[in-house]
Design a protein around this ligand. Structure first.
Ligand code: GDP
Ligand code: MG
Length: 284
């Protein structure tokens, strides 16, 4: 009987709590405004082959460049291998309409070299929006396994469970070579911490906060930087990541605007202005 730790990570409003509920059968409250998940929630799920999963529903976070308490909770967990909830497998939940923005966090989690499954949620919206995805292409270039699901309709949940139990076959290759962004800092850091993960060193360089335990304190003297330096390095990282993401999505995601437009004009004709406003409201 195997027990595995699973962490659900993602931007606010991508459907993490809905996925959590699907996997655990619980009915946690979901809301359509950011910040509803203020702390870690744990649930349990039965997976194929008698495997049991401990699932952690983490607070919504946009990136690992910590600027909020919610983000700190996520980083603290992911940097602490001794935490009893440290994930065997991370699930990054994204949604199909905001894939580009959501993938920023995915590439960061991936660079911590934790086996990471990419969930693309809200598949039920693809047809309306004229979106098509080349899943094998995306899996190859994002170096991951993808579950395309709709947590609202319950599509793809069994496939996701199967991916979770076979997490050991998920590549743990990084997306970005962090050292190339700031070689001036990396060379000496590398010498001081030869066995540390590259992206962890990067986080040590770029975080302005003191929760990064021992290493941060040890190197503080040598690597003290101004706030604007830190911001500049974080911006460089973000730009590099979006370059990578844009390249991958250029081939892997197509949007046929005419389909979306056609759908909207049909709706426009069918609905009065007032009702259309409600539709927009509920769609957001
Ligand atoms: P979280 O902030 O990531 O935990 O996201 P929630 O689970 O609270 O969901 C955010 C919003 O997205 C809610 O209004 C959900 O009803 C909606 N939602 C979640 N999953 C789906 C889905 O598969 N399809 C659609 N259309 N909406 C979804
Ligand atoms: Mg939530």
């Amino acid at each position: 009987n195997q027990n595995i730790n699973i962490a659900l990570i993602g931007n606010p409003n991508t459907g993490k709590t809905s996925v959590f509920n699907q996997l655990t059968g619980l009915n946690q409250q979901v809301g359509n405004y950011p910040g509803i998940t203020v702390e870690k929630k744990i649930g349990f799920c039965k997976l194929p082959n008698n495997v049991k999963g401990n699932i952690l529903d983490l607070p919504g976070t946009y990136s690992l460049n910590a600027s909020s308490i919610d983000e700190n909770v996520v980083i603290e967990l992911l940097l602490n291998k001794n935490d009893k909830l440290y994930p065997d497998v991370a699930i990054v939940v994204t949604e199909v309409e905001n894939l580009k923005r959501n993938l920023l966090l995915f590439t960061q989690i991936k660079d911590l070299e934790i086996p990471t499954i990419l969930v693309i949620n809200m598949a039920d919206r693809m047809e309306y929006k004229g979106i098509t995805l080349d899943i094998p292409y995306l899996e190859e270039h994002l170096k991951t396994k993808i579950a395309l699901i709709s947590s609202r309709k319950g599509y793809g949940i069994e496939e996701l469970k199967n991916l979770i139990v076979s997490y050991k076959s998920i590549p743990t290759e990084a997306c970005l070579n962090a050292s190339s962004i700031a070689p001036e800092y990396f060379n000496s850091l590398r010498k001081a911490f030869p066995n540390q993960l590259l992206y962890k060193l990067w986080l040590v360089i770029t975080q302005d906060v003191n929760f990064l335990n021992l290493e941060r304190k040890e190197i503080q003297g040598t690597f003290t930087k101004s706030h604007s330096d830190l911001k500049r390095l974080q911006q460089k990282e973000t730009i590099k990541r979006y370059q990578f993401i844009n390249d991958v999505l250029k081939e892997g995601l197509q949007v046929d605007a005419s389909i979306a437009k056609d759908f909207r004009s049909k709706l426009d004709r069918a609905l009065t202005h007032k009702v259309w406003g409600y539709v927009i409201f509920f769609a957001i």
